[in-house]
Design a protein around this ligand. Structure first.
Ligand SMILES: Nc1ncnc2c1ncn2[C@@H]1O[C@H](COP(=O)(O)OP(=O)(O)O)[C@@H](O)[C@H]1O
Ligand SMILES: [Mg+2]
Length: 246
């Protein structure tokens, strides 16, 4: 069974057709990226999956069940403002679970074993402003993962980071994924990021979004930065860039 399937999805916002006839899926444990031009409807698609936006039409399923509008079965890391500046790191980390109805104590117990692998041990009582940009993104990701939902939605998680931190985070995320094998849908407009991390990449058309291309990325794992210099990787990167900017 698919972890996630979207078929015939149409979304209109303020009279504007934003998504039309979108088809996509993710298998359990698959890392899938959505690559698309800015304003093409990527975040809008996530809005439907989280239940924040009502589609005009379409069939959307998580593990075979239609979205029911109540408890969302996806864990979502938003494009910006993921952490609340007035809450400590720990109280940010438990937030996703608390929103889902957990009490703070049990939520802390669930979060605690993840502090070490996410490189946040010892920073529980700090505030987001006291962390580096990379640590803030790891915290936002930890909060998302801790919700233990069947699908993780990551909306440009590294978009605001400098280039060096960004490639460090990509390496780190690939290693984490090797270990945990989450089902991930990641939005990015960075072709290298999509190729480095993914099993499969969807290229969205300009608005209204539909799938313009689907690429299977079958480079062996674990992936390492040497892959970036592989001629096959470079060729795929060039092909995707061409698809993206025409
Ligand atoms: N509430 C809204 N009302 C009208 N248009 C919107 C609304 N939200 C987003 N849009 C438009 O929908 C398009 C897709 O937005 P979005 O899904 O955020 O794009 P992106 O692919 O960059 O994530 C954009 O052109 C945006 O201006
Ligand atoms: Mg967006």
């Amino acid at each position: 069974m698919n972890a996630l399937s979207i078929s015939g999805l149409d979304v209109t916002l303020g009279g504007l057709p934003v998504v039309r006839g979108l088809e996509l899926h993710a298998e359990p444990g698959e890392f899938v990226s959505i690559l698309g031009p800015s304003g093409s409807g990527k975040s809008t698609t996530f809005g439907v999956l989280t239940g924040a936006l009502k589609p005009d039409a379409g069939d959307v399923r998580i593990e075979g069940n239609e979205l029911n509008g109540k408890a969302s079965r996806v864990a979502f890391m938003p494009q910006k403002d993921a952490l609340l500046p007035w809450r400590t790191v720990m109280n940010n980390l438990t937030l996703g679970l608390e929103v889902r109805g957990s009490k703070r104590g049990p939520a802390r117990e669930k979060v605690r074993p993840l502090l070490e692998p996410f490189g946040l041990k010892g920073f529980e009582d700090k505030y987001p402003a006291q962390l580096s940009g990379g640590m803030r993104q790891r915290a936002a990701l930890l909060r998302t993962v801790a919700q233990e939902q069947p699908v993780l939605l990551l909306d440009e998680p590294f978009g605001a980071l400098d280039a060096l931190t960004r490639s460090e985070m990509q390496r780190w995320l690939e290693q984490m994924w090797e270990q945990y094998r989450w089902t991930v849908l990641l939005i990015t407009h960075d072709v290298r990021e999509a190729l480095y991390l993914s099993d499969r990449v969807y290229v969205f058309s300009p608005r209204p979004a539909r799938v313009a291309a689907e690429i299977v990325v079958d480079f062996p794992r674990p992936r390492t930065p040497e892959l970036l210099a592989d001629p096959e990787f470079a060729a795929l990167e060039a092909q995707l860039l061409k698809q993206l900017i025409g």
